[in-house]
Design a protein around this ligand. Sequence first.
Ligand SMILES: Nc1nc2c(ncn2[C@@H]2O[C@H](COP(=O)(O)OP(=O)(O)OP(=O)(O)O)[C@@H](O)[C@H]2O)c(=O)[nH]1
Ligand SMILES: [Mg+2]
Length: 336
Amino acid sequence: MKVQAGNGGRGSTSFRREKFVPLGGPDGGDGGHGGSVYLRAAPGINTLADFRIQRTFKAEVGEYGSSNGCTGRGGADLYIPVPVGTVVRDLETQEALGDLTREGQQLLVARGGKGGWGNTRFKSSTNRSPRQFGPGLPGEKRALELELKLIADVGLLGLPNAGKSTLIRAVSAARPKVAGYPFTTLHPNLGVVAVGEHRSFVMADIPGLIEGAAEGAGLGLRFLRHLQRTRLLLHLVDISPPDPDADPVRDARAIVQELKKFDPKLAAMPRWLVLNKRDLLLDDEAEERARSIVRRLRFRGPQFLVSGATGRGTQELCAAVMNFLEERSRDERESA
Ligand SMILES: Nc1nc2c(ncn2[C@@H]2O[C@H](COP(=O)(O)OP(=O)(O)OP(=O)(O)O)[C@@H](O)[C@H]2O)c(=O)[nH]1
Ligand SMILES: [Mg+2]
């Protein structure tokens, strides 16, 4: 989008003219301030789609100064509503301008021009009838790049068909499509997971990842940016993949490799293992399979054996996630 702040108004050149006041002196007022342009994170906007239609935004210009020392009226500031989670960059320099993560947060993106001086300001003992005036400064002008990053507390990670969408359906009101073929999910979905009264977190379901995603295989890695702001990743592994040659351990490692290629910070985030589809096997078998996967992965973090289809184990998982998040925010508050 392009934003243009208002130019400052021109200062006035004027002289006081009044009966019985000869040579009344300068009385030109300053020009008004140009309006500035702000972005404001507003509730109820979920996409940046509106900016495909309207791309240029201008704030009002400041009015000219006038006689009698009157300052011109300032141009009104312009507030452009954007979704919460918008990251703003300068298109040309790629400089990060800000990150609108809280509702109501504002970001100045183009400062209005100052109004010019009226001729009164130029008056001095040697210049008693100044004709100079300030022209008013131009408002800032900028091309911006907006990027929307979803804000979720927890992100689901896994191969296509690992059961990510099924899990989010089981624990939240989100209703992404579920089907037995890879890449059913084509865009991220968010679900609010309620854990008891007044306790909830937001879960993000993103399209599945496959080996070589960094090179563009499957749907690539671009959806991973939606996980950059989460505080916990849940790595879903199908303990009983339909393909007899598939190796869940090798695939899980491949996904971690892709994460590293995308962003080492993301790979270093807390990640829990969610061994899914336990309903496909008998209890003993499922537990044995889960143990062996964990052992071969040398995974040391928290692990859960669940079934998104029947819901078994998902409540324990969500309760643990909730506790983890609450502890994290307590720690953050304390260190702040
Ligand atoms: N038996 C069983 N089947 C499951 C379970 N979870 C998912 N499935 C099945 O596995 C298939 C894939 O499930 P999805 O939830 O679409 O998988 P996904 O990880 O979202 O897949 P993509 O969106 O393609 O990345 C569907 O046929 C589901 O019915 C489970 O816990 N048990
Ligand atoms: Mg899916």
